[in-house]
Design a protein around this ligand. Structure first.
Ligand code: NAD
Length: 425
């Protein structure tokens, strides 16, 4: 089964629960527009290589398409289509006025020199310019693309149209129209979901401890995981007892202080190091498998996909899982955890802080008016809280799990926009 067919399975399940009109279901299950480009790039040795890339716009009923561009040898049109489809639901559940889009180039960027990478990026962006625009489709970074590449994209588009267009991409460097608070945004969104979900479980009598006795384990200590660890400790006062990266896990029964977490973050980012390289800590090493089944209240998988599977799901002891990563729980494990009564805040809600601050960056760029960090944080908290509680209300209304509820609310919003706009002509 292709990735896109797999994505449709979740969608079809939610459509059934909400009894969606089959005509609308047919419209929403197909991407609106797909562009494949084959383009030449001059290599440093004088040869020319032809690369293939794609940009897919799944749905634009609620606003311009939005979604990252990835560079990876495994990029296919089917993968980009599935990722664009998920972006439609992520934008809708976060209630930001965007549709879903995604792009990718089939390339291993590690094999390219800086000059080749720049020429590839500029040529690809020129090739897809026929369908993108600040009010049509706004790309962003994804796997193996970064703020520098966004700067090249922005410059390429601006050169082609003859003036600077800040709103054409998000994830830009701060000096050329990036937003304050973008780096921490996804981890901060996860932290908001942890706080709200804990309040919800307390109301339901499923959590009876104050925050400073609640234990948290975090799988992955990259951008999302490290900020999730720092902010749950620093701002929520919870006991972050464990976190890990691909090299090792670290465990401390009394919890890591925010200062310790910050020190480790600084150490890793200054040296491009891994957790295993950090020798100053007073902690125990554990494996990633041990971390996932620790006796903690809250588990935040924030590394990669498919880490909680039918093999380890029954051993997971957390009452609350907030998915920082995309797809960390397989469908089979999801069923086991739901049966055990674990509350799972699904990925496209829990990690929507990043796209939400991307939306703020776009708004700032369109207005040439840049916000203070506090304004970005406050606006992000409001958006995440609203999205969280709308999903909880939908979950209770349909008596379903939170993942299906998030799909239902997203599909309802896109279906309503489609219904109101009508079918042209
Ligand atoms: P990152 O590359 O900064 O960090 C990934 C972390 O996971 C690293 O610490 C790495 O060592 C660890 N890791 C990798 N393989 C592992 C393994 N097998 N076991 C344990 N740890 C492992 O990536 P990120 O930006 O933090 O993204 C993490 C996840 O969140 C991805 O699924 C990504 O798609 C998703 N996400 C990220 C953002 C964002 O704004 N960065 C937004 C939405 C979703």
């Amino acid at each position: 089964m292709s990735l896109f067919e797999n994505a449709l399975r979740q969608f079809d399940k939610a459509c059934k629960v909400m009894d969606l009109d089959p005509n609308l279901q047919a419209v929403l299950s197909k991407p609106k527009r797909e562009l494949t480009v084959n383009f030449p790039v001059k290599m440093d040795d004088g040869s020319i290589r032809v690369f293939t890339g794609h940009r897919v716009q799944h749905n634009i009923a609620r606003g311009p398409a939005k979604g990252g561009i990835r560079y990876h040898p495994n990029v296919t049109l089917d993968e980009v289509r599935a990722l664009a489809f998920w972006m439609t639901w992520k934008s809708a559940v976060a209630d930001i006025p965007y549709g879903g889009g995604k792009g990718g180039v089939t390339v291993d960027p590690k094999e390219l020199s800086d000059g080749e990478l720049e020429r590839l990026s500029r040529r690809f962006f020129s090739e897809i310019q026929v369908i993108i625009g600040e009010d049509r489709d706004i790309p962003a970074p994804d796997v193996n693309t970064n703020p520098q590449i966004m700067a090249w994209y922005m410059d390429t588009y601006s050169m082609n149209v003859g003036h600077s267009v800040l709103g054409i991409v998000t994830g830009k460097p701060l000096d050329i129209g990036g937003s304050k608070g973008r780096t921490e945004a996804t981890g901060r969104g996860v932290r908001v979901c942890v706080e709200e979900a804990t309040n919800y479980l307390r109301d339901k009598g499923k959590i009876n401890k104050p925050n400073n006795q609640l234990t948290v384990a975090i799988h992955g200590f990259g951008n999302v995981g490290s900020y999730a660890a720092l902010l749950t400790a620093e701002e929520l006062g919870m006991k972050v007892v464990a976190f890990s990266d691909s090299s090792t896990g670290v465990y401390k029964e009394d919890g890591f202080t925010p200062e310790e977490i910050r020190d480790i973050m600084d150490y890793i980012s200054a040296r491009k190091a891994r957790l295993i390289d950090y020798k100053d800590g007073n902690f125990k090493h554990i494996t990633n498998d041990e971390l996932l089944t620790l006796d903690v209240d809250i588990l935040i998988p924030a590394a990669i996909e498919n880490v909680i599977t039918e093999k380890n799901a029954k051993d997971v002891r957390a009452k609350l899982i907030v998915e920082g990563a995309n797809g960390p729980i397989t469908p089979e494990a999801d069923e086991i955890l739901n049966e055990k009564g674990v509350l799972i805040v699904p990925d496209f809600l829990a990690n929507s802080g990043g796209v939400t601050v991307s939306y703020f960056e776009w708004v700032q760029g369109l207005q040439y008016y840049f916000w203070e960090l506090e304004d970005v944080r406050n606006a992000l908290h409001r958006k995440m809280k609203d999205a969280f509680w709308s999903t909880i209300r939908t979950m209770e209304k349909y008596n379903t799990d939170m993942r299906s509820a998030a799909y239902i609310i997203a599909i309802e919003r896109v279906a309503t926009a489609t219904r109101l706009r009508g079918i042209y002509p």
